[in-house]
Design a protein around this ligand. Sequence first.
Ligand code: SF4
Length: 379
Amino acid sequence: MFFRDHAGIYIHIPFCDHKCIYCDFYSIITSDNIQAYLKALKKEIDYYAEKYQNRNNYVSVFFGGGTPSLMEPKYLGEILDHLHKRFSIKQSAEITMETNPGTVNREKFREFRHAGINRVSVGIQSFDKKELEFLTRIHDAETAKSAVYDAYMAGIENLSLDLIFNLPGQTSEIWLKTLSEAVNLPVKHISAYSLILERGTILNKMVLKGEIDLQGEEIDADLYEKTIGFLGDYGFEQYEVSNFAKPGYECVHNSIYWQAKEYHGFGTSAHSYFDGKRRWNVSSLKFYIDAVNEKGHAIIGEEELTFDERKEEYRYLYLRHTGLNIREYDELFSEDFMTKNEPLVLELINHGLAEYDGVTLQMTGKGYAVCDEIIARIE
Ligand code: SF4
């Protein structure tokens, strides 16, 4: 079986304080059903534990959402205790919680740490007042900074920030100011995503009605290039198209996704990949709870990748991440990458888009910017 050496666990917490205009994640505003949801999560964990509890390669747990930091720390603690009872999670595992500033304080972070959280990813998006208002975030820049310091002072030093660039009207001056604020905080990891217009979001409707103009690709490319240069100057090494870390602080959990390794997803709308199959759960909270109570799981779809799809996905993920080890790729897929792609590889190297050390083909900062176009040309 492919890609078995490390595995991760994702737990979806669907509850939010309100709906941000750009968000297409499954989230709900009421917290009425928290107890029923926790019960169903434990039941779903039990269902899979029967099958996978003998594996001892779980290296990460990721609480995503929604807003996991809205929960009382004891609830996340209960889920973690349950996972530890039913799965062999490594002592050194990375346990991340996505956090929304405005839902936490220092004491609450202390409790999360005691519950087992050792990494916090703070969804800040911007430090600019107008941009935060536009995104309908519940916090201002000062609250966001306080959240980071509170987590740090509570003893969680593995801290990450999420930021969004190419917002409507954003100049490079505004974006670089946000980046400067970010690097001045005690954080080890920064994710910087270009604004994506997702179908079904409030933002999408505003754009369709002509209420908002999005900025074009040229500005996007310029802001992206500036991001790579700026964060590189401050010691944040790019290790994926949108992710930058101080050495040793690359996200273990997301690297599982980017290295085509296996993960279980528990909760509403959670996705999994194991035994060569992708599976996904129902989104609705009510349907999820009913399904788990009835069957032990809430899967509503699954697909098995063909050999060619696995091959394409493998090179796509690795080239967007830490580079493609050509020997490993050839062995896994009985391929001869260089014979098929040597002219392209030489072209990429000559144009400063990729580097090749005889083992790994890796994008440069310039290459990451056009990574998808490059990958589409690979045979
Ligand atoms: S807080 Fe996060 S998950 Fe909730 S609506 Fe906003 S962006 Fe979406």
